[in-house]
Design a protein around this ligand. Structure first.
Ligand code: FES
Length: 287
């Protein structure tokens, strides 16, 4: 019998409301971000994970996630929705709180590890809030009379409820995606940037007309660009200004933009694909 909002400690009511609403909003925010699962976007989950490699203490794990970034993105989005729905409904609170602790800890160790001082990063606070809810649930004061890990995992009705919130999470994720399907791909001929904003020596990421991520350079010789899709197994490369090379975070391939993006360090063998760009009037455009 679920008595979600009755006979519970006021602290658990506050925690459940706040965590439930916030994690549903977090999932919705990702689901309606057209760039979150779009490889050509700077918001792309893979680009975000690549950015965390320089600061995260779990970079050795994140490296392996980059190849499966889109899958990871779906996973985070659906999990946020599912635990948000479950905590509001009062399902399996011990189990759901532990998932919340794990998710918040992972986000802290990757996305907000470099935030200083630490209290400005919200993931540590969410981790502690989920932990507090777990302890309340363990004491039987957070929703259902008795919610334990073992009973939740062996109770068929509770398992069905968990499957239900999982399905609701998938549906909400797809719903959000359908509403904001994708970034409009820039057309060939559209301005990438202006000449004034991109002086000699500059580098920038942009989305090519094909939809793929690309990197634009300007030197004394003019403007040129390459696809940012690694020719080894398709991860997104990033420019390393210190080494003057485009580096792939997945298996370490390096490409030299000054030599037609040829692979100078394996395992990639082929150069990055060139993308034709030119200066037209005040703009730099893809042609
Ligand atoms: S995908 Fe393997 S080195 Fe880039």
């Amino acid at each position: 019998m679920i008595n979600s909002w009755k006979n519970q400690h006021p602290a658990s009511l506050v925690l459940r409301l706040w965590l439930g609403i916030t994690f549903i909003y977090g999932g919705w925010n990702k689901a309606t971000d057209p760039g979150f699962l779009d490889q050509g976007s700077p918001h792309y989950i893979g680009a975000q994970i690549t950015g965390y490699l320089n600061t995260s203490p779990i970079d050795f794990i994140l490296k392996h996630m980059i190849e499966h970034a889109t899958l990871m993105g779906w996973g985070v989005m659906i999990t946020e929705f599912a635990i948000g729905f479950a905590v509001l409904a009062g399902y399996s609170l011990e189990l759901v709180s532990l998932v919340g602790v794990g998710l918040s800890a992972t986000l802290w160790l990757s996305a907000t590890w470099s935030v200083k001082p630490y209290f400005l990063g919200s993931d540590t606070a969410y981790m502690i809030l989920w932990l507090a809810l777990f302890l309340l649930a363990r004491g039987g004061k957070s929703g259902r009379n008795k919610s334990t890990l073992i009973s939740d995992l062996t109770d068929r009705r509770e398992l069905l409820r968990l499957v239900g919130v999982g399905i609701a999470g998938v549906a909400a994720s797809f719903g959000g995606k359908l509403m904001k399907n994708s970034n409009p791909t820039p057309e060939a001929g559209a301005a990438i940037t202006t000449v004034a904003n991109f002086p000699v020596g500059s580098t920038m990421n942009f989305q090519a007309a094909s939809g793929e991520p690309a990197v634009l350079f300007r030197t004394n010789a003019g403007v040129f660009a390459y696809s940012a899709i690694c020719t080894h197994q398709g991860c997104t490369v990033a420019y390393d200004a210190g080494k003057h090379l485009l580096k792939c975070p997945c298996h370490g391939a390096e490409f030299d933009p000054a030599q037609n993006a040829k692979a100078v360090t394996g395992p990639a063998q082929s150069p990055l694909a060139p993308i034709k760009v030119a200066i037209k009037g005040n703009n730099i455009v893809q042609i």
